[in-house]
Write a protein that binds this ligand. Structure first.
Ligand code: NAP
Length: 246
C-alpha cells in the first residue's frame, strides 16, 4: 500500500480495533493522531508506536461532545497542516431488550457511535475536500446490516453510519475524497470479552468461519481503504466478518 506524507486521525485508538488500526497505519509510514476518551490509553499506544520508530501523537477527546471535537479538530489541523485520513472507530455498547432500554442507553450509543462521525467528518472532511485528497473510513458493524436482538440502539447507530457514509461519499466524490464503511463481525477485543461464554458460543455458530476475527483483520481492510490504491472505491460497505453477513 502506498502512503506519501499522510497524516491519519483514528478515534478509539486506545484499545482493540482502533489500536490495531493506529499501529498498522504507523507501520506503513503514516503519522497517526491517536484519539481516545482517556489520555492514558491513547498515550500508551502513541508512546509504543514512537518507541517502535513510527510517528504518533495522542489526544484525549470525548467524541460524543461536539464542541470538544470541533476544538480539537481546529487545533490539530493547525498543528499538522492537514489530516488526510479519518477513521471514525470509537464506539460503545449499552445492550438490552427494547422494553428495558432507557433513554440514556439509547442516547449514549447514538451520541458516541453516530453523532461523533458527524462531528469529526464535518470538521475534517471539508479541509480534505479543499486539499483534493482524503480518506474517511467509518467502523460500523454487521449489526448495522443484519440487526441483533438486544442491540436496537447499537444497530440504529451502526446502520446510520452506513447511510451517512454513502451520503458524504456522494458529496465528496468529485473532490478526491472517498468515504467507506468497514463492518466488523465478532472481533476479539475488550468489547466482546464482556459477552458471556454462552453468547460467544451462539455467535460463533453464526460465523461460517466458526471463529472470531482479530483486530488486525480490521486494520488490514482499513489500510487498503486509506491508501492511494483504493482511490476508485467509495460509498462501499466492506464486511470483515468471516462470512457472517453475506
Ligand atoms: P473497545 O475495545 O471497547 O475500545 C473502544 C475504544 O473507543 C477505546 O479506545 C475507547 O477509549 C474509545 N471510546 C469509547 N467511547 C469514547 C468516547 N466517548 N470518546 C473517545 N473515545 C471513546 O472496542 P472495539 O471492540 O475495539 O471496537 C471498536 C469499534 O469497532 C467500535 O465502534 C465497535 O462498535 C466496532 N465493532 C467492534 C466489534 C467487535 O467485535 N469488537 C464488532 C463490530 C463493530 P478509552 O480507551 O479511553 O476507553
Amino acid at each position: 500500500m502506498t502512503f506519501t506524507n499522510r497524516t491519519a486521525l483514528v478515534t478509539g485508538a486506545g484499545r482493540g480495533i482502533g489500536k490495531a488500526i493506529a499501529e498498522k497505519l504507523a507501520a506503513s509510514g503514516v503519522t497517526v493522531i491517536c484519539v481516545s476518551k482517556s489520555a492514558e490509553s491513547c498515550g500508551a499506544v502513541a508512546a509504543a508506536i514512537t518507541a517502535a520508530g513510527g510517528k504518533a501523537v495522542a489526544r484525549a477527546v470525548d467524541v460524543s461532545d461536539g464542541a470538544a471535537v470541533a476544538l480539537a479538530s481546529a487545533e490539530l489541523l493547525k498543528e499538522f497542516g492537514k489530516i488526510d485520513i479519518l477513521v471514525n472507530n470509537a464506539g460503545i455498547t449499552r445492550d438490552g431488550l427494547l422494553a428495558r432500554m432507557s433513554d440514556d442507553d439509547w442516547n449514549a450509543v447514538l451520541q458516541t457511535n453516530l453523532n461523533s462521525c458527524f462531528y469529526w467528518t464535518k470538521a475534517i472532511g471539508w479541509p480534505m475536500c479543499r486539499n483534493r485528497w482524503g480518506r474517511i473510513i467509518n467502523i460500523s458493524s454487521v449489526t448495522g446490516i443484519m440487526g441483533n436482538a438486544g442491540q436496537a440502539n447499537y444497530g440504529a447507530a451502526k446502520a446510520g453510519m452506513i447511510g451517512f457514509t454513502k451520503s458524504i461519499a456522494k458529496e465528496f466524490a468529485k473532490r478526491g475524497v472517498t468515504a467507506n464503511v468497514v463492518a466488523p463481525g465478532f472481533i476479539k477485543t475488550d468489547m466482546t470479552a464482556e459477552l458471556s461464554e454462552e453468547v460467544q458460543k451462539g455467535a460463533t455458530a453464526l460465523i461460517p468461519m466458526q471463529r472470531f476475527g482479530e483486530a488486525a483483520d480490521i486494520a488490514n481492510a482499513v489500510a487498503f481503504l486509506s491508501a492511494e490504491e483504493s482511490s476508485y472505491v467509495t460509498g462501499q460497505v466492506f464486511a470483515v466478518d468471516g462470512g457472517m453477513a453475506m
